[in-house]
Write a protein that binds this ligand. Structure first.
Ligand code: FAD
Length: 351
């Protein structure tokens, strides 16, 4: 079966919903195709104790403020899932799920989106598939030899799975710090980071990151020097569990090890630590394999963009993967503006 519409949005997480909101306001005919069975994108799969590093007021999508979660300064992931489910109902966004896109192809004047539920032909496509689905693990020597358990952030659920074990947590970003704090009481833990972790001052939260992103956006808009993106800050927000573990002296970082062996990790000076499990909190890459038929990827796997529009395929926009598709576009509050700009550009193209 082949359907026709003006715009196909691939991905029904926060980025796909935000652009859906603007497409709806502009009166365009569109569908959102989402591989998950339920609303909420990646937020459905995070670990149990995860809390946003930004308060609700700084975590809202266009048009609808995120309600405060009773008694919580920083909402949890379940609250975000509830908010996103409500958002797509409220704005009657045409989300089809579960529908997985396998490829986007050029088809004369149109783009053809192949899925496991038939094909859609459209004048424009917005890819908003996120990064959670492509966990990144560094190529550390000896990784295949390690006999213990290895998992990535995406597979971590909570400390219950590791009680009493020797666990190595790798990664000095917010995920690494939060998971290290989560495990601090129940495990014999080693937290390993590439450079000494940098904690934001306790009275500063995710708002500071967004303010930096706003300053950057203004600088870019006004043609001034780039002030750097949210990711370049790389600082850890001292959300309450992280702060507590740090203050209790349970969150001390060691430098990165140079290899693994069968039973643990080995540092450059030959010192070793035995481990039952290694948790890699080492980040993600954009999930872009469905765009391979268009042949657009450059070095580092990125597709060249001007704003959100692909430079080499102007009928394609990318939204939400990181600063290269708009400052802070991989955050709840940050995706609204690039989503609006993408929808406007597409409206001008298809009308
Ligand atoms: P996703 O939520 O991943 O949604 C993409 C959707 O596309 C998914 O439903 C997926 O199934 C679907 N999809 C993928 N491939 C296909 C395909 N081929 N066909 C069809 N559908 C497909 N941001 C904040 O603002 N505040 C925070 O505190 C915060 N904390 C974070 C903590 C962690 C641990 C992480 C990892 C991220 C955090 N972020 C935070 C960043 C960001 O808000 C999330 O990563 C968010 O999930 C990104 O939304 P998205 O819509 O771009 O992608």
């Amino acid at each position: 079966m082949t359907y026709t519409t003006q715009v196909v949005v691939i991905g029904g997480g926060q980025a796909g919903l935000s652009v859906g909101y603007h497409l709806r306001r502009l009166g365009l005919d569109f569908v959102i195709l989402d591989a998950q069975a339920e609303a909420g994108g990646a937020w459905q799969y995070t670990w149990e104790s995860l809390h946003l590093f930004s308060p609700a007021a700084y975590s809202s999508l266009p048009g609808r403020p995120m309600p405060v979660q009773g008694g919580q300064a920083y909402p949890d992931a379940g609250h975000v899932v509830g908010y996103l489910s409500d958002y797509e109902r409220r704005y009657e966004l045409p989300v089809h799920r579960p529908v997985r896109v396998s490829g986007v192809h050029r088809d004369g004047q149109l783009l053809r989106v192949e899925t496991d539920y038939g094909a859609w032909r459209a004048r424009a496509v917005i890819s908003a598939t996120g990064t959670w689905w492509r966990p990144f693990l560094p190529a550390v020597p000896g990784r295949p030899d390690f006999r213990g358990r290895q998992l990535h952030t995406v597979e971590y659920r909570g400390p219950g799975d590791f009680a009493g074990q020797r666990v190595v947590v790798v990664g000095g970003g917010n995920s690494g710090a939060q998971i290290a704090a989560d495990l601090a009481h129940d495990t014999e833990q080693t937290w390993v980071t590439q450079r000494p972790p940098r904690f934001l001052a306790d009275d500063i939260d995710g708002r500071a990151l967004f303010d930096a992103a706003t300053a950057r956006r203004r600088a870019l808009d006004e043609g001034r020097t780039d002030t750097g993106g949210v990711a370049s800050l790389g600082d850890i927000v001292a959300v309450p569990p992280v702060r507590e573990a740090r203050d209790a002296g349970l969150l001390k970082a060691s430098p990165m090890f140079v290899r693994l062996d069968r039973d643990g990790i080995v540092w450059a000076d030959g010192t070793r630590a035995e481990a039952d499990a290694v948790i890699w909190c080492t980040g993600f890459r954009p999930a872009l394999s469905h765009l391979a038929p268009l042949g657009l990827r450059g070095p580092r796997g990125h597709i060249a963009t001007a704003g959100t529009r692909s430079v080499d395929e102007p009928r394609l926009h990318l939204l939400g993967y990181g600063d290269w598709t708009g400052p802070a576009s991989a955050t709840l509050i940050g995706v609204g503006r690039p989503a609006r700009d993408a929808a406007r550009e597409i409206a001008a193209l298809v009308r």
